[in-house]
Design a protein around this ligand. Structure first.
Ligand SMILES: O=C(O)CCC(=O)C(=O)O
Ligand SMILES: [Fe+2]
Length: 365
């Protein structure tokens, strides 16, 4: 996943958020307090069902009659164009498996700090336990503990970071990752079809696709109005699949028409979002939408996030089918490895990372 940067990075002291929480501070350490403009404000869209991200019934894509299939495919097209996000119900992954994965992840986060620190995320890298995307001593921190691992292909794994405890962790992650991978591949097929491409387009192109997982644990925060759980960003992946812990409060928010829209958790559903890679390949028709996480005063929250992306050597550029006179090419050619390196060596800052690939035109935004 993360190439180790050449120059040493000074990130200063990073408090472990669960330990902070245990100490019950009366005020939030300054490094977590966001500047005014970044604080979660009340300027989120009013909670009404018309503002909920679309819901796709996956079972209708697999076994439905043709009409149902086409309705669902057109819902995917509309979601990817207008939201960059959708939730999937009836996705076919055993609920027991989702629960087991949630349990082992939570058991990991509940281990004593010394145990978790046996798997440290080195500054400037993104695998292991700690805070990713911190590159300087004055950078604001997220109210979150992360544990991230490269999963596929095998050579991206760092076996020293796969925890011995909980004992079921590795086996559960293996089974979970296989099932999530199949779902990613199916979804990419339907996403390709929804934009008028051959269903195999992405799989044929991606080679031995890269798959990684990041588990984000957000303890309750005494001042959720001052901090962010996770800084605004778009994902560098092709597709992201996010599982929220059972009974999760709304924590994920997506930026739509300049307002933060909360994603209302649906029990047993998975949240899917388009990553930067699909935005580039579709020449911007399907968007990787900026999102962030906020915290809650009394409730904690867990998210299990799988990133699925092309093999590093794969060259990416807008597909010729999606470039024409009315839609001139908006992104340059680059390899996914170059983009991945760029992504993991920069702090999360909205959609800025994708500027790497943008061709600057007079009217590009
Ligand atoms: O926790 C969440 O809901 C957001 C996680 C996320 O966006 C990420 O890990 O990339
Ligand atoms: Fe994300």
């Amino acid at each position: 996943m993360a190439p180790v940067p050449l120059s040493p990075i000074k990130v200063g002291h990073i408090d472990d958020v669960q330990e902070l929480r245990k100490a019950k501070p009366t005020s939030i350490p300054q490094r977590f307090v966001r500047d005014m403009a970044e604080r979660p404000t009340l300027a989120t869209v009013a909670l009404s069902s018309s503002n909920d991200i679309p819901v796709i019934d996956f079972s209708r894509l697999l076994e439905a009659n043709k009409d149902e299939f086409l309705v669902e495919i057109s819902k995917i097209a509309a979601s990817c164009e207008e939201w960059g996000f959708f939730q999937v119900i009836n996705h076919g992954i055993e609920l027991d498996l989702l629960e087991s994965m949630e349990k082992v992840a939570m058991n990991f986060f509940n281990l004593p700090l010394e145990e978790k620190q046996k798997y440290p995320m080195a500054p400037g890298t993104v695998q292991g336990y700690g805070q990713a995307f911190v590159f300087s001593e004055d950078q604001k921190l997220d109210w979150c503990n992360m544990f991230a691992l490269g999963v596929e292909p095998h050579y991206i794994r760092n076996p020293k970071l796969w925890p011995k405890e909980p004992v079921e962790f590795s086996e559960t992650l293996e089974v979970y990752s296989r099932e999530i991978r199949k779902l990613c591949q199916n979804l990419l097929r339907f996403i390709a079809m929804s934009i008028g491409l051959n269903g195999d387009t992405f799989e044929d192109m991606f080679g031995a696709a890269v798959q990684a997982i990041r588990m984000n644990y957000y303890p309750p925060c005494p001042r959720p109005d001052l901090v962010l759980g996770l800084s605004p960003h778009s994902d560098g992946s092709a597709l992201t699949i996010l599982q929220q812990g059972k009974g999760s409060s709304a924590g994920l928010q997506i930026l739509k028409n300049n307002a933060w829209v909360p994603v209302q958790p649906i029990p047993n559903a998975l949240v899917i979002n388009i990553g930067d890679t699909i935005e580039v390949l579709t020449n911007g028709r399907y968007k990787s939408v900026e999102h962030r996480a906020v915290t809650h005063k009394e409730r904690d929250r867990l998210s299990l996030v799988t990133f699925y992306a092309p093999s590093y050597e794969i060259e990416l550029a807008p597909l010729p089918e999606l470039v024409n006179e009315n839609n001139p090419c908006k992104y340059r050619r680059y390899s996914h490895g170059e983009y991945s390196k760029h992504y993991v060596t920069n702090k999360l800052q909205g959609k800025k990372t994708l500027e790497f690939a943008k061709i600057q035109t007079k009217d590009s935004s």
